[in-house]
Design a protein around this ligand. Structure first.
Ligand code: AP5
Ligand code: MG
Ligand code: ZN
Length: 226
């Protein structure tokens, strides 16, 4: 299965991407997480990305497209992938459409996880991440604090540097301006599935799986009819 996850910052793309990756046994590819890794490692990609991310702006399209192309050409993507945070602009969506056939691949669907801006701001303010492995927690549901350690690896939990109220507002505005058109891009191509993201994590996950199942069934019966 080859999927794209769309949704406001804080919608749960990372959370659902991890669950889907386990369920479907395909890699979860988050461009945001790749940039955070690059920043931690130092080096030119990290340096370029840091300035944009800290302001809540998008990293230039050519940089993001290049890292995704490189990642998708690795052998673990042959059976599928979950893309989280890419494409984020219409030019990125067009670039993905051009790249996939060169790898002998085709996208199955784009899943839009819908939440309100109010909920996005709340979740961003409640998020804690592991400074070592990047695992994500929510202070409201996981009862962790800044002094706690990661349940996966024991790393120190921190706030994401771009999770300040001001940067988050900027990320939300940029989403509406540059990423929301991507939702229409997939809708126009009949590839968009939408789920209500303002429910407990397990319920959102179940809703995505059932939509995917119905979607696959619809497509295969459509093919038989032809
Ligand atoms: P990225 O890391 O992708 O950030 P984002 O899009 O702003 O999304 P988030 O990671 O903030 O939210 P999420 O939807 O993953 O939610 P999560 O599951 O963590 O990108 C960061 C930056 O990198 C960008 O601003 C940009 O600068 C750059 N970048 C990345 N990709 C790029 C690209 N393609 N082009 C250009 N620039 C790019 O959940 C949020 C919180 O809510 C967590 O605490 C979680 O535990 C909790 N939660 C999740 N689901 C639920 C639920 N159902 N109920 C209650 N709480 C929940
Ligand atoms: Mg994320
Ligand atoms: Zn950890």
């Amino acid at each position: 299965m080859r999927l794209v996850l769309l949704g406001l910052p804080g919608a749960g793309k990372g959370t659902q991407g991890e669950l889907l990756s386990e369920e479907l046994d395909v890699p979860h590819i988050s461009t945001g997480a790749m940039f955070r890794e690059a920043i931690k490692a130092g080096g030119p990609l990290g340096e370029t990305a840091r300035a944009y991310i800290e302001r809540g702006e998008l990293v230039p399209d050519d940089v993001s497209v290049e890292i995704v192309k490189e990642r998708l050409s690795q052998p673990d993507c042959e059976q599928g992938f979950i893309l989280d945070g890419f494409p984020r602009t219409v030019p990125q969506a067009v670039a993905l459409d051009r790249t996939l056939p060169t790898l002998g691949m085709e996208l199955d669907a784009a899943v839009n996880i819908e939440i309100t801006e109010e909920e996005a701001v709340r979740r961003i303010s409640e998020r804690m991440i592991c400074s070592q492995c990047g695992a994500t927690y929510n202070r409201a549901i996981h009862t962790v604090s800044q002094t706690d350690r990661c349940l996966e690896c024991g790393g120190l939990l921190i706030r994401r540097p771009d999770d300040t109220v001001e940067t988050a507002r900027n990320r939300l505005a940029i989403y509406m301006e540059q990423t929301h058109p991507v939702v229409h891009y997939y809708a126009e191509r009949g590839m968009l599935l939408t789920v209500d993201g303002e429910r407990p994590i397990e319920e959102v996950f179940a809703a995505i799986l059932s939509q995917l199942k119905a979607w696959r069934f619809g497509r295969s019966s459509g093919e038989e009819a032809r």
